[in-house]
Design a protein around this ligand. Structure first.
Ligand SMILES: Cc1cc2nc3c(=O)[nH]c(=O)nc-3n(C[C@H](O)[C@H](O)[C@H](O)COP(=O)(O)OP(=O)(O)OC[C@H]3O[C@@H](n4cnc5c(N)ncnc54)[C@H](O)[C@@H]3O)c2cc1C
Length: 462
């Protein structure tokens, strides 16, 4: 990048706010997608302090036709914040303040660079509860809104989309607009707020957000329910819902994912000899209500071929189980190629997971699988290892075949490419097939109206 541009950026954000040394830029060349083939160094990383500075950066970038890629915590799993064409990466480290916790309206106002762990801490300190919980708490407010993040608790409360009430956005041309606000209902024209949620930094830069929270549940309980087959485990989910119980989370985990996490943590999972387990989390306003729901679920599970029901009856036991579930990704990470994020109808989960294992056997690549059973979101993990747990020599050749076959199965079942991670760089190839040409044309038209010079996160989604 021209020295002149670096100087202009420094004039906007201050000398300390511009990083252009190559060795320091490496951190911003990738997210959590593991394959270095897609990584790309930016020419500069820039740390604006407010929306006005973001606006000045975008005006400069537009004039000079420089690509700009917003980056949150860099925890994305599909290359969304990878600066594919180089240029500027926008960092939000200097926009990391929770501006207000408003207990009367049950809303928090936060800058884009607030990490989720800090957002939870502020909200919980005031005695409230923010349900969306994507697994990595170093993700930032701007990033989780830009990906419409989900997580385990989406069963009861939905994804982040359901909680964002307002955002401040800087458009690619530099205009600053405010969408929505501190209100719940809004039928005022097209819903542009929802258009920007999940737009993965391609339509505008989110600088601030108003987000709803709830009263904290007084009590919770966590159950681990082992089964002999994935079909029996998944078959229990509609039975629970028909019993008029909506748990906070219903996760499924298969035996392979449990075994590798046990090895990674040197800790034992609380139940043995299960092909698949459900992990069910309940929340309620009183101990009596949680106990009633726990008993009702245990009865339903046992009627649906559960081998046993393990109830974590202390906070310590509950934390151990949830920490174990959160460690699965770390256990798989060293040999991971890709975490798929397929969404299927809940009734199709078991058949889809069976198809994954058929493909695993046919192609010889190991694919441990777990996911969100309550909302049909399946995370199949394509590994570099063969079924014998040794590096499969030709994994580079088999990987594209495996992911194609798994996506074909998802499509056949009425599923979708991404339930919560987004499209980023690596899933674009499936967009046309799943959405068809008209939807892609509409998305491209929207992009070109808002970003005619295609400077903002170019090459992502469509
Ligand atoms: C261990 C682990 C567990 C995970 N579990 C879940 C899960 O359960 N559910 C889930 O949904 N996800 C999960 N994820 C994925 C990831 O955490 C989410 O996609 C998260 O929302 C990304 O946020 P981020 O701040 O890290 O964004 P980044 O990875 O930095 O960026 C993601 C996208 O958002 C855009 N973006 C970032 N900031 C802005 C901004 N201010 N304005 C406009 N666009 C912006 C980027 O350009 C990019 O396209 C997990 C990831 C890991 C590593």
């Amino acid at each position: 990048m021209d020295k002149n541009i670096i100087q202009k950026l420094a004039a906007i954000v201050g000398e300390k706010g511009v990083i252009s040394a190559k060795d320091l830029l490496e951190n911003y060349s990738h997210d959590e997608f593991p394959l270095p083939e897609i990584w790309k160094l930016p020419d500069a990383a820039v740390k604006p302090r407010n929306a006005e500075e973001v606006s000045e950066i975008l005006k400069l970038a537009n004039k000079e036709k420089i690509p700009v890629t917003p980056r949150g915590g860099g925890t994305g799993l599909c290359g969304g914040c990878v600066p594919q064409n180089g240029g500027i990466v926008l960092l939000f480290d200097n926009m990391n303040k929770v501006l207000e916790v408003d207990p009367d309206n049950f809303m928090v106002t936060a800058q884009a660079g607030v990490m989720l762990r800090d957002l939870y801490a502020q909200i919980e300190k005031e005695g409230f509860f923010f349900p969306p919980h994507p697994g990595d708490e170093t993700a930032m407010v701007g990033g989780v809104i830009a990906t419409n993040a989900g997580g385990a608790r989406a069963v009861k409360y939905g994804t982040i989309r359901n909680f964002v009430r307002g955002i401040e956005v800087v458009l690619p041309g530099g205009d600053i607009i405010n969408l929505g606000g501190k209100f719940i209902k809004n039928s005022t024209g097209f819903n542009l707020l929802q258009l920007f949620i999940g737009s993965e930094g391609t339509l505008g830069v989110i600088t601030k957000a108003v987000i709803s929270f709830l009263a904290a549940p007084k009590e919770t309980a966590t159950l681990v329910v082992p089964y002999d087959t994935i079909q029996d485990a998944i078959g229990t989910v509609p039975a629970i819902m028909k019993g008029k119980i909506v748990p906070l989370a219903i996760e499924f985990i298969e035996e392979d994912a449990i075994a590798i996490t046990e090895k990674h943590l040197s800790k034992k999972w609380p139940v043995r000899d299960a092909k698949a387990c459900l992990v069910i989390i309940l929340d309620a306003a009183s101990r009596e209500e949680v106990d009633r729901l726990t008993q009702a679920i245990a009865d339903i599970a046992l009627k649906n071929k559960a081998k046993d029901v393990f109830i974590a009856d202390t906070k310590t036991r509950e934390k151990e189980i949830l920490d174990f579930r959160s460690s699965m990704y770390e256990a798989l990470k060293p040999n991971l190629i890709e975490t798929l994020d397929i969404a299927v109808p809940v009734s199709e989960i078991a058949a889809h997971v069976e198809a994954v294992h058929r493909i695993e056997k046919e192609q010889g690549l190991w694919i441990p699988t777990y996911g969100h059973a309550g909302d049909g979101n399946v995370h199949a993990h394509i590994m570099k290892l063969g079924l014998d747990q040794k590096i499969k020599k030709d994994w580079q050749k088999i990987y594209p075949v495996v992911r194609k076959l798994i996506h074909e199965d998802a499509k056949k079942r009425g599923g979708m490419i991404s339930g919560e991670h987004g499209i980023g760089l690596i899933k674009r190839e499936y967009m046309l097939d799943f959405l068809g040409p008209k939807q892609i044309e509409i998305m491209r038209s929207i992009k070109s109206i808002l970003d005619p010079n295609n400077i903002l996160n170019p090459g992502k989604i469509v």
